[in-house]
Ligand binder design. Structure first.
Ligand code: NAD
Length: 706
C-alpha cells in the first residue's frame, strides 16, 4: 500500500510534519513505515496502530526488527545514505513502554527473556552502518528516549521533552538507558535525570548534549541532511566522563547520590533508585556489563510489590482522568471568596487557560490572592509570556459582575450555611441560564445548600484540597437533586484544569476528611499520652506517608481539623476519640498550624517545621494504631456507598492525601495484608485502647476491601 494512503498520513494533509517523501514507500507494517527519497535517505516512521500516542509494545519492537533488516540490506548494497527515525503522532515521539504490558507480571525470568530480545533490537539500531538520526518532538520518554539514544544523532523540535520517568513506577530505565545516557552526557546529569524522573525540555537537552540541535519543524529536512552529512557538530560528554570512568570517583559520587535519594525515598519502600546507583557504581565503566546488569535488575524490579503497586496507581490515575474527559462547556469561571481556597482555585484555573473573575466582600482578600497567584506563576510558569497571560486571565472583580458571564461559579466563602445561602440568593439573580454553581464546602450537606435554589439540579460540590496547586484530587459531590449532566460537566471541568475528579456522595466529611480524621485524632491521643510528636510522625513516615499526622494537622490548619472533627462527631456514628481541651485552647490562642507560623511545630519563613530528633523508634503496633483507624474508616465509607468502589477510594486517598503510593492505596493495602488480619489487628487495638478501634462490619464480607 502506498505510504500516503494510510489514514494518519491523510490526516496530516497540511504536511506540517516532515515524515519523508510522499512517493517513496518501501514497506508498511502495522506500526512502522519505511520510505526513501531520491536523496538516498531512509525515513522510518512510527505510528502505533489504534493509539493516539506511540508506546513501545512487544509488537512494535518486533516490527522494528523487521524494518531494521530492510535497512541493513539497503545499507549493505550502498542504497542508503542514512536513516531518519520519526513519529507520525502529533502528541510526540514515543511515551515509553506500554505500561499495560507491565501489569500483573510476576515472573522475573520471563521478563528477563523479553528484555534481552528487546535489547537485541535496540542494539541492532545502534549498530547500523549508516548514520542514524532521531527527530523527536513532544514527549520522548522512557523507552522512546532509549530508542532515540540508540541513534547516532538526536534532533529535537522546539518544545520537545525528553526524560526517564521510570522511577515513578518503581523502576529504572530498562532498554539501554542506564548505559547509553551516561555514555552520552555528563554521567552525573544522566544519573540525576534517571533518579528524579524529571524530563529535560529541548533547550536543556541541547545544553546537556542529549540532543545535537533544537530546530523548528520547518527546518527538519535541512537538519537531517546536515546530520547525515556530518555537518552537525555534537557537543557531548565532559571531563567528568573520564574522571567517573574510575571506580573510586564513582564510589564517592554514588555515596552522595544515595544520601540525596534517602531524603526523598526510603530504600525499603522505593528500591529502584538505589539499584540504579548500585549498577552505575559497579559497572559504570563497562557498557556490556551494565547492559546485562540493567536487564537483570529491571526484571526483578518489575515483579516487585512496589513496582506493581505503583503501576496500579498509574492506572488509577488514568481511570480518574478518563472520568474527567468530555466537554465541560466552561470557559469562564467566577469564584466567590478569595481566601485560602477561592484565591488558589482562581489562580489555578487561570493558569490552565480559563478566564477567571475573582470576587470577595473584602477587596484586600482579592489583592492578596492576586499577589499569591503572581508569585505562583513566577515559580511555575516557564515563559514570561505565559506568566503575563495567566495574570491577564485572572481578573479581580470588585463588583461581582463576572457572575453574569460565567459558565461556572465556584463559591468558596466562609463555612457557614446561612452565609453561603445568602451568596446563592444573590448569584441566582445574575447567573447565566445553564451555568453551573459549585460549592467548595467541606462539611455542609449539599441537600441543605440546594434548598431554595431556583436550579438545584445545577448545584454540585467541587471539594478541592489545600494546597490547591499541589493536591491533584477534587471530590465531585452529588446530592439528591443534582442532574447527571451537571455531575458530568463538573468532572469534565476537573479534567480540563488538570485535576482528578472522584465522585462522592454528599455524606459528612465526604470520603477524604472522614477517613483522615480518625488518623489525626489518634495522633492527638498519642500526644496526650506523652509521646513525642516527632516519634508519631516518624511512625507514619515509616509506613510510607509523605508526612506524619502531626505535621499534616498543622498543614491542614488545626482550626479546620477541629471543625471537621466536631462535625463528624455530631453527624456520624464514627467512634472518634474526644477532642482534647488543650487543642481547643491552642486554636483559640491562634496557634492554628503552618499558616500561623505555629501549631504543633514552629515554622520559619521556608514553611518547614522545626523538628527535634525523634525519641523511641516507632514499632508496628504504633504504626497500626495510626493507620488502621483510617483504613477502617475507608471501609466504612465503602460499605455506606460514600464512594462507588475500592479503586476510586484508593485513588482518592493517594491523590488527596499522599497515602503511601507504593502500597497501592488503603483498600489495596488491606487486601494485601488480608482483610481477616486487618480486622484481627483492629480487634487487638480495641482491647488495648478502646471501642474506637472496633472493626467495621464490612471486613466480614467475603469480598471485603473490594
Ligand atoms: P477563608 O476564610 O480563607 O476565605 C473565605 C473568604 O470568603 C474570605 O476572603 C471572606 O472575605 C470571603 N467571604 C465571606 N463571606 C463572603 C460573601 N458573602 N461574599 C463574598 N466573599 C465572602 O476560607 P477558606 O479556608 O478559603 O474556605 C472557604 C471554603 O472552602 C469553606 O467552605 C471551606 O470549608 C472550604 N475548604 C477549605 C479548605 C481549607 O483547607 N482551608 C479545604 C477544602 C475546602
Amino acid at each position: 500500500m502506498p505510504l500516503t494512503d494510510t489514514p494518519v498520513w491523510n490526516a496530516l494533509a497540511d504536511r506540517s510534519m516532515a515524515l519523508g517523501p510522499d512517493d517513496g514507500g518501501l514497506k508498511t507494517l502495522e506500526h512502522w513505515r519505511l520510505s526513501q527519497g531520491g536523496d538516498g535517505l531512509l525515513w522510518l516512521v512510527l505510528d502505533r496502530a489504534g493509539e493516539s500516542a506511540n508506546t513501545l509494545s512487544e509488537a512494535v519492537l518486533e516490527e522494528l526488527d523487521t524494518m531494521l533488516g530492510e535497512v541493513e540490506a539497503l545499507a549493505a548494497s550502498d542504497q542508503a545514505r542514512g536513516l531518519i527515525v520519526r513519529s507520525a503522532k502529533r502528541s510526540g515521539f514515543a511515551a515509553g513502554a506500554d505500561v499495560r504490558d507491565f501489569r500483573g507480571i510476576d515472573d522475573a525470568a520471563t521478563v528477563h527473556t523479553r528484555m534481552q530480545r528487546a535489547h537485541g533490537v535496540i542494539d541492532r539500531l545502534a549498530g547500523l552502518a549508516v548514520p542514524t538520526v532521531a527527530v523527536v518532538h513532544g514527549h520522548c520518554l522512557g523507552g522512546g528516549l532509549e530508542l532515540a539514544l540508540a541513534c547516532r544523532h538526536r534532533i529535537a523540535i522546539a518544545g520537545a521533552s525528553l526524560g526517564f520517568p521510570e522511577v515513578m513506577l518503581g523502576l529504572h530505565p530498562g532498554l539501554g538507558g542506564t548505559f547509553r545516557l551516561p555514555a552520552l552526557i555528563d554521567p552525573l546529569e544522566a544519573m540525576t535525570m534517571m533518579l528524579t524522573g524529571k524530563p529535560a525540555h529541548a533547550r536543556k537537552a541541547k545544553r546537556l548534549g542529549l540532543v545535537d540541535a533544537v530546530i523548528e519543524e520547518r527546518h527538519v529536512d535541512n537538519a537531517v541532511r546536515d546530520a547525515v552529512g556530518g555537518g552537525l557538530a555534537a557537543d557531548r560528554g565532559s571531563w567528568k566522563s573520564s574522571v567517573l570512568s574510575l571506580g573510586p570517583a564513582r564510589q564517592v559520587a554514588a555515596r552522595q547520590m544515595r544520601a540525596r535519594v534517602e531524603d526523598r525515598a526510603p530504600k525499603a519502600h522505593y528500591p529502584a533508585p538505589y539499584r540504579l546507583i548500585d549498577l552505575w557504581e559497579e559497572h559504570g565503566a563497562d557498557a556490556e556489563e551494565m547492559q546485562s546488569a540493567e536487564i537483570a535488575s529491571f526484571s526483578e524490579l518489575l515483579v516487585s510489590d512496589t513496582a506493581q503497586n505503583l503501576i496500579r496507581v498509574f492506572f488509577l490515575r488514568e481511570r480518574l482522568r478518563a472520568d474527567g474527559r468530555g466537554d465541560s462547556g466552561v470557559g469562564h469561571v467566577h469564584v466567590v471568596g478569595a481566601g485560602t481556597m477561592g484565591g488558589d482555585i482562581a489562580a489555578w484555573c487561570a493558569s490552565r487557560g480559563l478566564t477567571v473573575t475573582l470576587a470577595d466582600l473584602d477587596p484586600a482578600a482579592i489583592a492578596r490572592a492576586v499577589g499569591r497567584a503572581a508569585a505562583f506563576y513566577d515559580k511555575k510558569l516557564r515563559s514570561r509570556l505565559d506568566r503575563r497571560d495567566a495574570l491577564d486571565r485572572l481578573i479581580p472583580d470588585f463588583s461581582g459582575a463576572g457572575a453574569a458571564k460565567a459558565d461556572l461559579v465556584i463559591e468558596a466563602v466562609a463555612e457557614k450555611a446561612d452565609v453561603k445561602k445568602a451568596v446563592y440568593a444573590d448569584l441566582a439573580k445574575r447567573m447565566k441560564p445553564g451555568a453551573l454553581l459549585a460549592t467548595n464546602t467541606s462539611s455542609i450537606p449539599l441537600e441543605t445548600l440546594r434548598e431554595g435554589l431556583p436550579a438545584p439540579e445545577r448545584l454540585v460540590g467541587l471539594h478541592f484540597f489545600n494546597p490547591v496547586t499541589r493536591m491533584e484530587l477534587v471530590e465531585v459531590v452529588g446530592h439528591d437533586k443534582a442532574a447527571p449532566e451537571t455531575l458530568a460537566r463538573a468532572r469534565a471541568f476537573c479534567g480540563a484544569i488538570g485535576r482528578l475528579p472522584a465522585p462522592v456522595k454528599s455524606a459528612p466529611g465526604f470520603l477524604v476528611n472522614r477517613a483522615l480524621t480518625p488518623y489525626l485524632a489518634e495522633a492527638f491521643v498519642m500526644l496526650d499520652e506523652g509521646l513525642a510528636k516527632e516519634t508519631i510522625d516518624r511512625a507514619a513516615e515509616r509506613f510510607g506517608m509523605p508526612m506524619g499526622p502531626v505535621e499534616l494537622a498543622d498543614r491542614v490548619g488545626l482550626d479546620i481539623g477541629l471543625e471537621v472533627a466536631r462535625m463528624l462527631a455530631e453527624r456520624t456514628d464514627d467512634p472518634l476519640p474526644d477532642i482534647p481541651q488543650w487543642l481547643v485552647d491552642k486554636v483559640d490562642k491562634g496557634e492554628t498550624g503552618r499558616k500561623a507560623g505555629k501549631g504543633f511545630y514552629d515554622y520559619g519563613d521556608d514553611g518547614k517545621p522545626r523538628k527535634g530528633t525523634p525519641g523511641a523508634e516507632p514499632d508496628q503496633a504504633m504504626i497500626d494504631r495510626l493507620v488502621l483507624p483510617m483504613v477502617n474508616a475507608c471501609m466504612r465509607c465503602l460499605r455506606e456507598g460514600v464512594v462507588a468502589d475500592a479503586e476510586t477510594l484508593d485513588a482518592a486517598m493517594i491523590f488527596a492525601t499522599g497515602f503511601a503510593p507504593f502500597r497501592g492505596g488503603p483498600m489495596h493495602y488491606a487486601r494485601t495484608r488480608g482483610s481477616g488480619e486487618v480486622a484481627a489487628a483492629l480487634k487487638r487495638l480495641q482491647e488495648a485502647h478502646g471501642a474506637r478501634f472496633a472493626p467495621d462490619p464490612g471486613w466480614d464480607r467475603p469480598d471485603a476491601a473490594g
